[in-house]
Design a protein around this ligand. Structure first.
Ligand SMILES: C[S@@+](CC[C@H](N)C(=O)[O-])C[C@H]1O[C@@H](n2cnc3c(N)ncnc32)[C@H](O)[C@@H]1O
Length: 301
């Protein structure tokens, strides 16, 4: 049985690539292929990655959670934009500071142009059909690779990456390093600090190793920084996808030259975001559906 052209979530899970890592690559490949064919190369990468990030955040937090696929597939471009806004509204309620850190991924939603929005609902259908919701709702799958980092890498040219030294460590290598780092004594409350985090894949491996060893990553503190705003924004979303918990700081700046300034900036941003969220509970008003659709109510922050 199919609903709106896709099988139900349980069947989609069964049909997904067996390895989470293969699944992540299949999603990033499908996203990149669509974007290249329909929107032209690496232009608008904040929109390509931001749309994937918003849909990833909208996945149920448990594998057996509700199936949003059939709700997302029939949307047109305008309705899809409102669904993306609803996803960021929910994240804003849950964690205003991380939502602020993720701003480069969703800022365009405040005043999107016609060309920003063109074809986005088709792009979303490609992501849903590739199993993005199932990938993100299953923590073992979600932490097996860095789907946002994979897409960003595909959307940056080799010369661009060379100029910033931006070559993310492959998952197979970070997993090994995670095992080494965590083999020494660690105590809950310790800080895991990544000053040049890229999109955070080292933290992903560390968290996966912790969970494998029976420790909850949420018992630790995490600080992910990167010089590149889009990378840092992905760290903020990944912290949620990888269930790093509530003690996460994400910053964007030069970790070599101005570490003290970074500390002051993140403190100030967290206070500002928390105050702003109280006075403005809905980050992006919606026109075609409720501001937290399809989540009728979201837990208080
Ligand atoms: C080789 S990548 C590694 C990323 C990640 N640690 C990994 O293993 O996949 C280096 C990252 O460092 C960032 N970077 C370079 N110079 C930096 C600086 N001075 N402060 C913070 N980040 C920096 C780049 O933007 C890039 O994302």
């Amino acid at each position: 049985m199919t609903l709106y052209g896709i099988p139900p979530a349980g069947m989609r899970r069964a049909m997904a690539p067996e390895s989470g890592r293969d699944h992540a690559h299949a999603i990033a490949d499908a996203a990149h292929a669509w974007w290249t064919a329909h929107r032209g190369g690496s232009s608008d990468r904040a929109i390509a990655v931001g749309t994937l990030a918003a849909l990833a955040l909208s996945a149920p937090s448990r594998a057996e959670g509700p199936d949003y696929g059939p709700l997302l597939l029939p949307l047109n471009d305008e309705q899809l934009v409102d669904a993306l806004r609803a996803s960021w509204n929910a994240f804003w309620t849950y964690d205003p500071d991380l939502t602020e850190a993720a701003r480069p991924l969703h800022d365009w939603l405040s005043h999107p142009t016609d060309s920003d929005v063109r074809g986005l609902s088709d792009y979303a259908r490609v992501l849903v059909r590739a199993g993005l919701l199932e990938y993100c709702s299953d923590v073992t799958r979600a932490e097996s690779d860095d789907v946002l980092g994979l897409l960003i890498t595909r959307m940056r040219s080799y010369s661009e990456r060379q100029s910033t030294g931006e070559f993310f460590t492959p998952a197979v290598a970070t997993d090994f390093m995670g095992d080494v780092v965590l083999s020494s004594d660690r105590r809950p409350g310790d800080l895991f600090l990544e000053p040049a985090a890229g999109t955070g894949t080292m933290a992903r491996s560390a968290a996966a190793t912790m969970r494998f060893l029976g420790t909850d990553p949420a018992a630790y503190r995490w600080w992910l920084n990167d010089l590149d705003p889009l990378n840092a924004a992905c760290c903020a979303v990944n912290a949620q996808l990888w269930r790093l918990g509530r003690q996460v700081t994400v910053s964007c700046g030069d970790a070599l030259r101005h570490p003290r300034l970074l500390e002051a900036a993140v403190r100030e941003r967290a206070e500002r975001a928390s105050a702003e969220q109280k006075s403005r509970p809905v980050l992006y008003p919606t026109g075609t559906r409720p501001p937290f659709w399809p989540w009728q109510s979201v837990p208080p922050s």
